[in-house]
Design a protein around this ligand. Structure first.
Ligand code: ATP
Length: 383
């Protein structure tokens, strides 16, 4: 027999948001297809009004998670709560949640106005004038008023995407789900629409759950993000915190450029610092998490972002320094990517800002690297 779940009250997105709602809780959420585990026990809180991104490589379970929030897929186990109310058992069309898909899914034979107004047809308590006002407001919000009578095939990709957004927002949902909504657009348009989406979200205050495999997109747009791998959330936090303090090699490598280096762990002083050896050079690193260090010494990995590596003349003194030889220089406008090689072989990339004429950096020149303690992070062995 199916367990009884509390029914979602007759709540619209408007009333949810007026009440400061739109908060989602995923509790032990799991989805299995045959012997394939798509989502493997996710616990997550998305705050009302937050721009939250699910980020991860293809196949990690982002879309499946979104589909379970939207009601398009039923979880194998676990719960989806909206403002504390269990949604499992409530069909997609009864949830105050709308979705924007990558494919837009517009009706080709309807005008922009008709596409946007489509979802309001069955909305109780709205007369024709109310519906027209809502559609006009939604079109203004996405700056499409002047194209209101066109059909989708008379619009550019970016304009079609705006129609899809207006159509989702016109119902004033408590939560908007966006599944790679910028995926079909060219790089330049994606950048423009990123900014527009952020502004739109700030204006309407709706909770946005955004799915992407584009780390730049997630870093730029989100209040918080969750990095997923093989059906699990491996790290969740504000973009800056996850980028600056990745806990695992997977997160460090997936999110931005990372120097990953093998070290020998020597000792831990009981604080968050660890003593490690890089080749023959002793260094102090910051533990990335509780799983960073085993009590006994042994192999480990550290990460440091290229922009955190500092370069000075050979022989320079200071804490956490290592000698190296410049191997290659790539000028990329505002910065130069400097590849240096350590005495025991590995390469390290440093990013040097081109704010002065620095002619000491040439291929073959010996230099001193400083790897600041706070930026040199001893990664967790496993999660
Ligand atoms: P992408 O970025 O490529 O869209 P994703 O992170 O959104 O990937 P999902 O679409 O959620 O990944 O899929 C997660 C895993 O579940 C994948 O390995 C996929 O093959 C599997 N999967 C999804 N739907 C089904 C299904 N209906 N039957 C069997 N396996 C499925």
């Amino acid at each position: 027999m199916r367990p009884t779940v509390p029914r979602l009250p007759a709540m619209t997105g408007d009333s949810a948001r007026r009440a400061g709602g739109g908060g989602i809780d995923l509790v032990g959420l799991r989805k299995v297809h045959g012997d394939a585990v798509a989502v493997d026990g996710i616990d997550l809180r998305v705050e009302p009004g937050e721009f939250f991104s699910l980020l991860g490589p293809s196949g990690c379970g982002k879309t499946t998670t979104l589909r379970m929030i939207g009601g398009f897929d039923a979880p194998t186990s676990g719960r989806v709560l909206l403002d504390g109310v269990d949604l499992v058992g409530t069909p997609a069309h009864r949830r105050p949640i709308n979705t924007v898909f990558q494919s837009y899914a517009l009706f080709p034979h309807l005008s922009v106005t008709e596409n946007v107004g489509y979802g309001l047809r069955w909305r109780r308590g709205l007369d024709k004038a109310d519906r027209q006002t809502r559609v006009a407001n939604a079109l203004e919000l996405v700056r499409l008023t002047r194209l209101a009578e066109r059909r989708p095939d008379q619009l550019s990709g970016g304009e079609q995407q705006r129609v899809a957004l207006a159509r989702a927002l016109v119902c004033e949902p408590a939560v908007l789900l966006l599944d790679e909504p910028l995926g079909a657009l060219d790089a330049k348009l994606r950048k423009t629409l990123r900014t527009e989406l952020i502004e739109l979200q700030r204006k309407v205050g709706t909770t946005f759950v955004f799915v992407t495999h584009d780390q730049e997109e997630a870093l730029e747009m989100s209040d918080r993000l969750a990095v997923m791998d093989r059906g699990q959330i491996v790290q969740c936090g504000r973009p800056k915190d996850v980028y600056e303090a990745p806990r695992t090699e997977f997160v460090a490598d997936f999110l931005g450029l990372a120097n990953l280096l093998d070290v020998t762990c020597l000792a831990q002083d009981g604080s968050e610092r660890a003593q490690v050896r890089l080749g023959e050079f002793p260094l102090t690193a910051t533990c990335a998490g509780p799983g960073s260090f085993a009590p006994e010494s042994g192999p480990g990995r550290v990460v440091i972002r290229p922009e955190r590596v500092r370069l000075a003349a050979a022989g320079a003194n200071g804490a956490n320094t290592v000698p190296a030889i410049v191997d290659n220089l790539v000028y990329v406008g505002a910065t130069t990517q400097v590849l240096v090689r350590l005495p025991h072989g590995p390469a390290v990339q440093a990013l040097v800002v081109n704010d002065s004429d620095r002619d000491d950096l040439r291929t073959g020149v010996p230099v001193t690297l400083t790897l600041p303690v706070d930026s040199l992070r001893l990664l967790e062995r496993s999660l």
